[in-house]
Design a protein around this ligand. Structure first.
Ligand SMILES: *Cc1c(COP(=O)(O)O)cnc(C)c1O
Length: 391
């Protein structure tokens, strides 16, 4: 069939595993270019290395995070693996410091893959109560001089907001790189690279996709040497996103801000509603004045929003009563709100905290809610009715 230009305005999905190289001269030029990676060489070679549909989606992430480069991977976890593994090169003798209140999968990855399998010096920094103490952080930095500090601006599930601006300054003073998992805050609330972070990571499965139908991750930054190291690692370890997932992400990311603004609004409305109910003992939401790190949230996000996550705990005289209220609520909202272990979905979703975190948060009445972008009044009505229904 003769090749014909199609008057399409969409990005195509290039599903080539290997691209046509025409002749030996082109092949030589292509492979020579690949050895010296730049973002946009003319010739594609093999989709595990680079793929035009993937590059198009990466451009969208670069715009959002105002980054010089972005690399997509097949999951948030593989993005984390790429981000930290580039620091394993060379004479690495300094420890790696992870904040303790980060995504559970990241903690497990650090404990098993990094510490047990690779034998790396992995250290952890914990908050005091429900906030990170800057003086304690400074003294840990003085003692450890870590290669990098790994942090999330909004923690999970307690939604502790870190004073990341100060944390980055302190880390820089001690010549440590800063890696930020920005999945929860998103570039709508904060762009870590503009504040001096070195690498930003996302589980694109969450707000960037926003439709619960893509598993993907991305890392981005401004430093060329880090980009080359990350590109090399992604290529040889094979942490590459599929062209189909990249295509979906490319489209879905166009509506990221619209969706996230509505998710932030819905989360604020739900948090206020829950706080007014006598059946709810406590609500954790960075926008509430009594949240332990409301001040940090104001400093970092201004008044743009407080994220789409709300965690709350049902009141009750004992464990059985709290559990009964929690389960009653889950049932009462189940016609429109489901238990799904993810976040950033189109519809509001719930997760029972004790079932997921076990001994770390053994509260039987606790639920983590990810606000969707459905109609605010409808959502508020669903929750109000459920709160009235449960005894
Ligand atoms: C979900 C999540 C991850 C892991 O991402 P996957 O896409 O599930 O691999 C990492 N960090 C945070 C904050 C997450 O919420």
């Amino acid at each position: 069939m003769k090749k014909k230009q199609i008057n399409s305005s969409r990005i195509p999905v290039y599903r080539d595993a290997g691209f046509e190289l025409y002749d030996a001269e082109t092949a030589s030029a292509a492979f020579a270019g690949e050895a010296n990676p730049e973002r946009d060489p003319e010739i594609y070679i093999y989709s595990r290395y680079r793929n035009p549909t993937v590059v198009a989606a990466e451009d969208e992430v670069m715009k959002l995070e105002k980054a010089k480069w972005a690399l997509l991977t097949q999951s948030g976890m593989s993005a984390i693996d790429v981000a930290v593994s580039v620091f394993q090169a060379g004479r690495r003798t300094r420890p790696w410091l992870f904040f303790s209140e980060i995504y559970g999968g990241t903690i497990s990855y650090a404990e098993t893959i990094l510490k047990q399998y690779r034998g790396l010096d992995v250290q952890s920094f914990s908050p005091v109560g429900e906030r990170y103490d800057l003086k304690a952080f400074e003294s840990v930095m003085k003692k450890l001089h870590p290669e990098f500090v790994y942090i999330e601006a909004i923690s999970n599930p307690m939604l502790i907001v870190a004073d990341v601006l100060s944390i980055i300054k302190i880390a820089k003073k001690h010549k440590s790189k800063v890696l930020v998992d920005n999945t929860f805050a998103t570039p709508y609330l904060w762009r870590p690279l503009e504040s001096g972070a070195d690498i930003v990571i996302h589980s694109a499965t969450k707000y960037f996709s926003g439709h619960g139908n893509v598993t993907a991750g991305v890392i981005c930054g401004n430093d060329d040497a880090l980009m080359k190291a990350a590109l090399t690692y992604r290529k040889y370890i094979g942490h590459m996103i599929s062209p189909d997932d990249a295509y979906r992400l490319h489209d879905q990311i166009q509506t990221f801000e619209l969706r996230f603004v509505q998710q932030c609004r819905n989360a604020s409305v739900i948090a206020a509603l829950l706080q007014r109910s006598s059946k709810v003992k406590k609500v954790w939401f960075p926008g509430l004045k009594d949240h332990p790190t409301h001040g940090e949230a104001v400093k970092l996000f201004g008044n743009k929003g407080w994220g789409g996550m709300v965690t709350f705990d049902f009141a009750g005289k004992n464990r059985a009563e709290k559990k009964k209220r929690r389960d009653g609520f889950i049932k009462a909202v189940s016609h429109s709100i489901r238990l799904i272990p993810s976040l950033g979905d189109p519809r509001t979703i719930l997760l029972p905290v004790e079932s997921v975190w076990g001994a770390k948060y053994p509260e039987p009445g606790m639920l983590r809610l990810s606000a969707g972008f459905e109609d605010t009044n409808e959502l508020a009505a669903t929750i109000s009715v459920a709160l009235k229904e449960i005894s």
